[in-house]
Design a protein around this ligand. Structure first.
Ligand code: KIV
Length: 289
């Protein structure tokens, strides 16, 4: 077998080794341009099935098809070169049986070039996680608030706020870790419980609405940039891009209607027009605003 170049990106084992070390910083990404911007700063990028709500306007992640995940996953892989890319397995693509999960996950890995998949569920998915990892597919698990189960949970409900719920969630964390997951997302979970689980299991915990003591954090990019119309309490808005887009669009539509855009600097002169002539035109349009 010929020797290929080493993998340059971070890998699932690199993330697993960060347990208890420098916190793992991650974000979601759904398309190539944003992936390119954020890739140098994060350890992994998640192509989350939240793209169904953020990009496609669904009320939940339940309707998202596998083909859509693959399309966005491939775009994020093309737009990045440093971070590990993890692609979410959507509802209906893996729960039926380990072989069904393998077929879906193998498509995701082959057709996107990603380095790992993520799936929701604790103890009930342990057999599937073992089946995938034994066959070469790194798996990130996801427990606590699992959005694909909102129809069973009765909505997006924070988990573990009553102590009697803790044992089952702790058992989920132990089960996915023992089954071979390289990391686990703890979503929408009481802070004390997330901190306890982080101490109990040997794989990194990635918190979202969980605890600062998790081994890493993740947020949906559009939420933390201030683009999403409604966000949960745990989201900190690090920018206000929604307002910035609105200002830019107002300005653009005013200039179009006033015929001040496009100006001389944004149109093509005839070939042969001298540099001095076109520079003078561009200066004139600049002073006109
Ligand atoms: O789909 C998603 O964006 C996720 C994160 C919220 C962890 O699963």
């Amino acid at each position: 077998m010929s020797q290929q170049a080493q993998i340059q990106r971070l890998t699932a084992p690199d993330i697993a080794r960060r347990k208890g070390g420098e916190p793992i910083a991650s974000l979601t990404a759904y398309h190539a341009h944003t992936a390119r911007i954020i890739d140098p700063y994060v350890d992994f990028l998640l192509v989350g099935d939240s793209l169904g709500m953020v990009m496609h306007g669904y009320e939940s992640t339940v309707p998202v098809p596998l083909d859509l995940m693959i399309m966005h996953g491939a775009a994020v892989v093309r737009g990045s070169s440093h971070a590990l890319i993890v692609v979410d397995m959507p509802f209906g693509s893996y729960e039926e049986s380990p072989p069904v999960a393998f077929r879906s996950a193998a498509r995701v890995m082959k057709e996107t070039g990603c380095g790992a998949v993520k799936l929701e569920g604790g103890a009930r998915m342990a057999e599937t996680i073992r089946y995938l990892t034994e066959r070469g597919i790194p798996v990130m698990a996801h427990i606590g608030l699992t959005p694909q189960s909102i129809n069973m949970m009765g909505g997006f409900k924070t988990q573990g706020r009553r102590q009697e719920e803790w044992a089952a969630i702790e058992a989920d964390a132990a089960a996915v870790s023992e089954a071979g997951a390289f990391a686990v997302v703890l979503e929408g979970m009481a802070e004390l419980l997330a901190a306890r689980i982080t101490k109990q299991i040997p794989i990194p915990t990635i918190g979202i609405g969980a605890s600062a003591s998790c081994d890493g954090q993740i947020l949906v990019l559009e939420d933390m940039l201030g683009l999403s119309p409604r966000v949960p309490k745990f989201v900190k808005k690090f920018a206000q891009l929604g307002a910035a887009i609105e200002d830019a669009v107002k300005c653009y539509t005013e200039e179009v209607r006033a015929r001040t855009f496009p100006g001389a600097g944004h149109v093509y002169g005839m070939r042969g027009e001298s540099g001095d002539q076109s520079k003078a035109k561009a200066r004139k349009s600049k002073t006109a605003g």
